[in-house]
Write a protein that binds this ligand. Structure first.
Ligand code: ASP
Length: 304
């Protein structure tokens, strides 16, 4: 079975706080990303290419906290993080704190494919991007009025805020997929948290925390309060439980998100694909922007 799931963040999202027009816009972008990723799988492409294709579309949407729609740091700068992992080889690539890269997920893939490293940060990552022929964009590319207002609010209240604090929402993006060869992949991209300081990096680009893939168990991409996901090493924890205890991926995800993560105060969710291509989407918040599609005919987009 080929399958793909994507997310665009989790949080306190209720029908009361979401206008119809907003909801339509979110659903449309999720569908586009889902179908683009699925088309890669259907054409015989790899799960790595499928997850990157889906994430790239969400990075180019102003709605999500990744790429174009990234949140601002305390200093009024957009610092982007992304990671991708290949379940067949356990190879991984990630970038953190990049400021001029339109599609950080593609740069993460280059780190995986073209270097012997896993994680590059800041200026070094951008030097690498230039050496690879990536055209850098000016910082102003990432300016959106909505994110700037969110920063002003967060600064006023002196707090680290999820992307859409007004509705209590994390809107990092991610994808997991299984291709025809049975290979799994996971990809995640984010602007982090509004008002973050001092070079703060969250779970998304940390292999094992917000992103993990292993053909022997499952592939996971997370969204939520990154510090907690790092402390619980959520993505790897789910995969390890599947591999070591024989638990089903959906059960492992439920347990980690609803019990382990909650116990330390973490909010958010994960999308998971197991070895057979079964998808699960688990969150301990009111909602999670999510979508899933597989070759058995499942195709759904959901928010609440
Ligand atoms: N997990 C991300 C971070 O902490 C935030 C998010 O999911 O929106 O950087």
């Amino acid at each position: 079975m080929i399958s793909i799931a994507i997310h665009g963040g989790a949080g306190v999202i209720s029908r009361a706080t979401m206008t119809e027009e907003n909801e339509r816009a979110y659903r449309a972008d999720l569908e586009r990303a889902l179908d683009a990723g699925y088309a890669v799988l259907e054409g015989g492409g790899t799960s790595l290419d499928a997850t990157a294709a889906a994430v790239r579309i969400l990075e180019d949407s102003p709605l999500f906290n990744a790429g174009l729609g990234a949140v601002f740091s305390h200093a009024g700068i957009n610092e982007l993080d992304a990671a991708i992992m290949d379940g067949a080889t356990l190879k991984a690539g990630a970038v953190a704190g990049v400021r001029h890269v339109r599609n950080p997920i593609d740069l993460a893939r280059m780190v995986m494919d073209r270097t012997s490293h896993v994680l590059l940060t800041g200026e070094g990552a951008e030097e690498f991007a230039l050496a690879q022929g990536v055209k850098l964009v000016p910082g102003s590319y990432f300016y959106t009025e909505r994110r700037w207002k969110q920063l002003e609010d967060a600064r006023r209240n002196d707090k680290l805020a999820s992307a859409d604090e007004d509705i209590g929402f994390f809107s990092t993006v991610g994808a997991v997929a299984r291709d025809r060869q049975g290979n799994l992949a996971a990809a995640t991209s984010t602007g982090g948290m509004t008002n973050k300081r001092w070079g703060r990096i969250g779970d998304s680009p940390i292999i094992g925390a917000g992103t993990y893939a292993d053909n022997a168990s499952c592939a996971v991409s997370a969204t939520g309060s990154g510090e907690y996901f790092m402390r619980a090493v959520v993505a790897h924890e789910i995969c390890a439980r599947v591999r070591l205890t024989g638990a089903g991926a959906a059960d492992a995800a439920r347990d980690v998100v609803q019990v382990m993560l909650k116990e330390i105060g973490g909010d958010g969710g994960v999308i998971v694909v197991d070895r057979n291509g079964e998808l699960s989407m688990e969150f301990n918040t009111e909602g999670m922007f999510r979508a899933a599609r597989d070759s058995r005919g499942r195709r759904e987009v959901a928010i609440y």
